[in-house]
Design a binder for this molecule. Sequence first.
Ligand code: NI
Length: 175
Amino acid sequence: MAIRTILTYPDTVLRERAEPVTNIDGKIQQLIDDMADTMYHGPNAIGLASNQVGEPCRIIMFDISAKDEPSDLVVVINPEIIEANGQIVNEEGCLSVIDYRADVKRAEYVTVKGIDREENPVTLKKEGLGAIVLQHEIDHLNGILFIDHISKLKRELYKMRLKKLLKRKGGAPVM
Ligand code: NI
């Protein structure tokens, strides 16, 4: 169990399409444990994709339980959206996009299939925040960040702000 370093924009690894997991071995189990440690370590983190910690394979996890509820970690290996309906706009943030939040339009309902860590096939039907986090994390596996869903102008403004921020702090602030 270990907390891994989260890669941040504009790291090019975040832009690569991650490869499917073909063998859920001890190394993958270790990675899942480390990802969970890393996600729960991040303040207010509700989801994480494996390529955010520099492992270009297809694993996502999320926990959208409320603060006063027991944790409810969901891990999906090789997730795939098989159905998406409706539309919802919600403000998103990302552990890999420092110091920024923006409204993103997503499907309101999604059905995702994949495999759990015990190698059982799973099908998840989610709406609202659950659907949003699934789409956000699966985007990561395809090299897509939430800032790709906002206007070019907003994205350029963010890039300028990030440049100033990195200059001022002499490095990426932790969040
Ligand atoms: Ni993210």
